[in-house]
Design a protein around this ligand. Structure first.
Ligand SMILES: [Cu+2]
Length: 154
């Protein structure tokens, strides 16, 4: 039994390393802890592009939610609103920061309530054909602004 677990751990570590070949590396992934009953939440992280070509994040997938979208936040009539975007660019030798009040990955229709300390599996797919699979820990994350209109609920 113990041997089997060690073996599984080894395989998991190996496959994460194998997927990290592309130009993109991911830092500081985190999922916003939301109150029970809240169906959606945001994922924030930093994507660094070590290559000499621009790369776009074109898709995010997670078994934790019914659908996953790429979002930005726009201001309209003095209100901040989330909008889906088809992709998020990461410039050559640059980085894209997904953070509250800005670009983020949206988990829509959580399959079960999240608890602080949980990890959410996430796969990011890029337009260079590469992908990254990671575990994003669930954390309490402050809203970007104290104003209650910062992220209007629908
Ligand atoms: Cu959103």
């Amino acid at each position: 039994m113990k041997k089997l677990m060690l073996c599984t751990l080894f395989v998991a570590t190996w496959s994460i390393a194998a997927l990290a070949d592309g130009a993109i590396s991911i830092a500081d992934p985190q999922v916003r802890l939301v109150p029970p009953g809240t169906p959606n939440t945001g994922v924030f992280l930093v994507m660094r592009n070590g290559g000499d070509k621009d790369v776009k994040l074109i898709k995010a997938e997670s078994p934790a939610a019914k659908s996953v979208e790429l979002h930005t936040v726009i201001e309209e009539g003095g209100m901040k609103k989330m909008r889906p975007v088809p992709s998020i660019a990461i410039r050559a030798k640059g980085e894209a920061v997904l953070k509250p009040g800005d670009y983020h990955v949206m988990l829509i229709g959580l399959n079960k309530p999240l608890q602080e300390g949980d990890s959410v599996p996430l796969t990011l797919r890029f337009d260079d054909g590469s992908s990254q699979s990671l575990q994003a820990p669930v954390r309490q994350i402050a809203m970007p602004m104290a104003a209650p209109t910062a992220m209007p609920m629908k």
